[in-house]
Ligand binder design. Structure first.
Ligand SMILES: C[S@@+](CC[C@H](N)C(=O)[O-])C[C@H]1O[C@@H](n2cnc3c(N)ncnc32)[C@H](O)[C@@H]1O
Length: 213
């Protein structure tokens, strides 16, 4: 995943190369790893899901299987070539925008679930706070967020061989951004091969039930 050249900011511009690099990086286990992430996200039939930093749409398509024909998945990525590729290879329940996480072209409270895999470290640092505020904005009250990204390599040799240098406190940093955006962190943890996750939710509207007739 570090072998694909980046454009301005953290955008990637070589979809086929990216998919080959990702297949190699996951040592042939990309599909089971991502299906595990879909299960972790709680994506369910009928859900409307946003995939932030969708790249070639690999996770978008795995989520589309979980939400079925009554659901929908929208991917956003600022890289036009990545989105063009995702559009070409994805089924009809998947929709895409060329857009950064810091300006998501979707209405307020329009998603049940927001997911982002391997994307947060690609969002320029000065845009990350705004990106998490956008994720909060587009989630409906009670909606869920799943962030998955690279965790630090363990051990000096692994660190030296790693193409990505990940801060040791990356989970704390992302948790702080999620919380500052107004979301409640419900769980953090790790996944093989070298991933961390942060799960969060948007508060339900207090007193909504009492306003019902
Ligand atoms: C490593 S790829 C991950 C793609 C996909 N989510 C996956 O798991 O295969 C990171 C993606 O983040 C995108 N990206 C870069 N800047 C971004 C931003 N500001 N907002 C959203 N995505 C961004 C890149 O263009 C790239 O497609």
């Amino acid at each position: 995943m570090g072998h694909t050249r980046r454009g301005r900011g953290g955008e990637l511009h070589h979809p086929r190369l990216y998919d080959v690099a990702a297949t190699v990086a996951f040592a042939g286990f990309r599909r089971p790893v991502f299906d595990g992430l879909v299960a972790l996200s709680g994506a369910a039939a009928g859900d409307r899901v946003l995939d932030v930093g969708c790249g070639t749409g690999y996770l978008t398509r795995r989520v589309a299987r979980a939400v079925g024909a009554d659901g929908a998945v929208v991917g956003v990525d600022p890289s036009a070539p990545m989105v063009a590729h995702a559009r070409r290879v994805s089924p009809s329940g998947c929709h895409f925008h060329v857009a950064g996480a810091q300006a998501i072209p979707e209405p307020d409270a329009s998603f049940d679930l927001v997911v982002a895999s391997l994307a947060v470290h690609h969002i320029p640092a000065d845009l990350r706070a705004g990106a998490f505020h956008e994720m909060h904005r587009v989630l409906r009250p009670g909606g869920r967020l799943l962030i998955v990204d690279l965790r630090p390599a363990s051990g000096p040799l692994a660190r030296r061989l790693s193409v990505h240098s990940v801060p040791a406190d990356v989970v704390e940093r992302v948790t702080a951004l999620v919380t500052a955006a107004g979301l409640r962190v419900v769980a953090t943890g790790t996944r093989r091969p070298r991933l961390y996750y942060v799960r969060a939710e948007r508060a339900r509207v207090r007193g909504a039930a009492s306003r019902d007739p």
